[in-house]
Design a protein around this ligand. Sequence first.
Ligand code: HEM
Length: 487
Amino acid sequence: MARVLDYFPDEQPLGAICALIFVAFFAIYYRRPGRKLDHIPAVGYQSHLLSYISAFQFLSNAQKMVQQGYDQHRNGIFKVPYLDRWRVVVTGKDAIEMVRKMPEDILSFREAVDESLQVPFTLGPSIRDNHYHHPIVRNNLTRNLPVLLPAIREEIIAAFSDVLRLKDNGRDPDYMGINIKFTVTVVTAAARLNRLPSLLRPLANRFLTSVPEDIDRCIKHLEPIIEERRKNMEEYGNDYPGKPNDMLSWLMDEAEGDETSLRNLTLRILTVNFSAIHTSTMAFCHALFHLAEHPEYIKPMREEIEEVIEREGWTHNAMNQMFKVDSFIKESQRLNPLGCLMINRVARQPFTFPDGTHIPKGTCLSIAAHALHTDDAVYEDPHTFDPFRFADRTKQEYSGHRGDMVSTSTEFIAFGHGRRACPGRFFAANELKLMLAHLVMTYDVKLEGNAERPPNKWLIANCMPNPTAEILIRKRVHQPSCNDPLL
Ligand code: HEM
């Protein structure tokens, strides 16, 4: 104490005491549930106050620290320090299986999402309490993929032309902009709210977020469409001829009570796009950077695509037969999942793992995704990008659909695993495969010189493709016949 007081002039001991009380309050307030996790080994300092040093290191070193814990406690359980809490990390097949099977009232997915995104404030109570869009994404969207595939392909081709500034694709830039920006709006507001004590959050939310303005802007686009569909339904019945077969129609069909309001339907569209846009964008960029580093993999994929498209055309069936394209993206997701910690959950009740580790109520728990995906006990030569690793369906471990990108397991958790696994992954897989197939059939890509793949950017535990990297891309001189007139 004497040494700390030395930093303050003699006449200001009160200031020093206030500062110390503030630091102590910060330290005690922030770490929850704190000492109840003392029995779980920590990465970095274990003691309460010193662990703040490790928590600061974790901000810029999360992936390495999680890997360190994984290497030291293989098939065990350890904890990593965040500024506001410990996070318990679970490793090993059996423990992952146990987490997968835990019911929501013991290990909650919802509570983890609500906390990390501050859903009650950012997206609001209707999104927190009602998840009717989940089965729509999982069932309606997936079921309709065969009929929607041509429209999805058309969108992809238009998007490529737009991004490469080849021609104006006629899509409304304001509507696209709101949907793209919405994720950033929500995530930024959530990060700010997470730094505040819960009592201040309702008030602070009003100043920290532009979600209401984003919804207002989006309403302007969707109002005339929703009104027209309602009018048609009133006049010609629910299944009127020409009714669009899309997310908005499915939501309008299923919404009940308050959910039928224009505002709530708009918020629901923004929320579905929130889950879809950035995840898919990052997945595609990761794969694109691997391809640009290894253009030699373009040829075998072109051969596969040409052969499949000659037989099946650009159909859903064709997508299911592009094993190399599927494997390429899956391999890229294996090495570059959304983060080093995934399948985040909050313990709603205390429970004990079979190895005797007790998990108190309120504990935040995750699986070490990146470490699992690069474990040499799980994958051969795990740090090498081996694009067609999953493509050989004669191998028993990848036979049937087991090699597919959408197939989750205790060895591949890029989409989560179990009941809560991403309901949009079937759509995502088709979208990503169509994008990669379109890219390789239409363009050549490479990195400048002999450059290596641009390094990923880590935001604490979240992994993103390098946002400033550049690749070289040019249109192929000879287009194959299977590239139809849509181009
Ligand atoms: C490559 C692209 C994607 C990846 C890597 C991805 C990954 C994930 C992951 C890891 C989860 C959480 C699973 C868990 O914690 O157990 C999730 C949830 C979810 N995903 Fe995806 N996803 C992708 C694309 C999509 C798309 C395209 C949609 C919609 C069309 C979608 C809709 C959802 C929804 C609705 C949830 C539940 C989220 C919530 O309740 O807040 N995802 N996704």
